[in-house]
Design a protein around this ligand. Structure first.
Ligand code: F6R
Length: 368
């Protein structure tokens, strides 16, 4: 049931604080700096891992990219992310020392299943991060971790992205602590932040009216560009995917620094640029790119953290929205993503699109 919301997508966007509470419930001991995600990866195995390979499609792939940034910075394990349909186990890798992680909401995506089968044939250990108990991926992988977001009906993935990133953050802390590469202090800080996520996301949801206003103002634009650096990059990709899926508008996401290497040619006063300016996404550098597009007349919609490094940056953008409840830089782009979800929803709603069932798309893609 839609519980009073016009669409499942909007209901699910608003369910994120609850979904995140479920995701983390009972899994965090912030004082001890430890995590229990009910996964049976022996300490000796974790120690021996030389590379983590994440395979996933669409939104789950972007959650994987977010996690890979975190894994490389906080855990110091080489981590690759591949679109599942492109994945091949590289014969140069030692399969015993490679952990292949499939991120999939449904657990039934054919491309992801087939990537996991390739990894298994090569002899790698496999782990599923999924929302769906009893799904095919759970049966086919060595271990699984559940994101516990609850059922998602809207075709566009929203709350499951947040819960995927939260779960992968817990996995990163678990692996980092087990390997001794993540300090106690940093682990505590990250876990405290994971604990604050539900309230931080609620803070963004409470500003929906403002986002709706902005979305209505720009709904008729020619195209939309989303930019961000570091952890803001996967969020930019996700923001653009959400908007194109449900509004049918042309939207693209870039690493902010790439704008000047080509896409800038498309920027005009009719192409809003949505910029991630939170901590964790190098806001001051991104501001330079913001200035480049502003000089060409493009309206900039920036999201930054109240009192964070990016606030000054956001203040100088044409429109700014803030993250009312700060979390550590590593998770701020995830919180800001909720702005882009609401933005996509309200642009699509303004256009009267069938938001829960966009044309040509299915919730779970069971063909390769
Ligand atoms: C985007 C979306 C798709 C899925 C992709 C993977 O809103 O829903 O891009 O993320 O098809 O699906 P799962 O996660 O079920 O493997």
């Amino acid at each position: 049931e839609k519980s009073g919301y016009d669409h499942y997508m909007l209901k699910e966007i608003h369910e994120q604080p609850r979904a995140l509470r479920q995701t983390i419930s009972g899994r965090i001991d912030a004082d001890a700096g430890t995590v229990d995600i009910e996964v049976d990866l022996p300490a000796e195995y974790i120690d021996s891992i030389e590379e983590i390979q994440i395979v996933a499609c669409g939104t789950s792939n972007y959650a994987g990219r977010y996690a890979a940034e975190l894994l490389e910075s906080v855990v110091d394990v080489r981590t690759t992310v591949e679109v599942a349909s492109e994945y091949e186990f590289d014969g140069g890798r030692d399969p015993w020392r490679t952990l292949v992680v499939a991120v999939t909401q449904s657990g039934e995506t054919a491309d992801t299943l087939s990537a996991i089968r390739r990894a298994k044939r090569a002899g790698a250990r496999t782990l599923a991060v999924t929302n769906t108990l009893g799904s095919t991926i759970v049966r086919e992988t060595d271990d699984s971790v559940f994101i516990r977001a609850g059922p998602e009906i809207g075709v566009a993935a929203t709350k499951t992205f947040a819960s995927q990133v939260a779960t992968l953050t817990l996995l990163a802390v678990h692996v980092g602590r087990a390997r001794g590469s993540l300090s106690y202090g940093w682990a505590r800080e990250l876990l405290e932040s994971v604990r604050k996520l539900p309230n931080a996301v609620q803070g963004v949801l409470d500003r929906e009216d403002r986002v709706r206003e902005v979305a209505r103002e720009y709904a008729d634009s020619d195209a939309f560009f989303f930019v961000g650096r570091k952890l803001g990059h996967p969020v930019a990709l996700e923001g653009a995917l959400k908007l194109k899926e449900i509004s049918y508008d042309h939207a693209e996401g870039f690493a902010a620094g790439e704008l000047k290497h080509g896409p800038l040619a498309l920027v005009t006063e009719d192409t809003p640029v949505l910029a991630l300016l939170t901590d964790g996404s190098r806001p001051t550098e991104t501001l330079n790119n913001v200035k480049e597009v502003q000089a060409r007349g493009a309206p900039v919609i920036g999201a930054a953290t109240a009192d964070g490094d990016g606030e000054a940056a956001a203040d100088s953008t044409y429109l700014d929205v803030e993250l009312p409840v700060p979390v550590t830089g590593a998770l701020e782009p995830l919180v800001a993503n909720v702005y882009w979800q609401l933005f996509a929803y309200h642009v699509a709603d303004e256009k009267g699109r069938p938001i829960d069932r966009p044309r040509n798309l299915a919730k779970s893609v069971t063909v390769e």
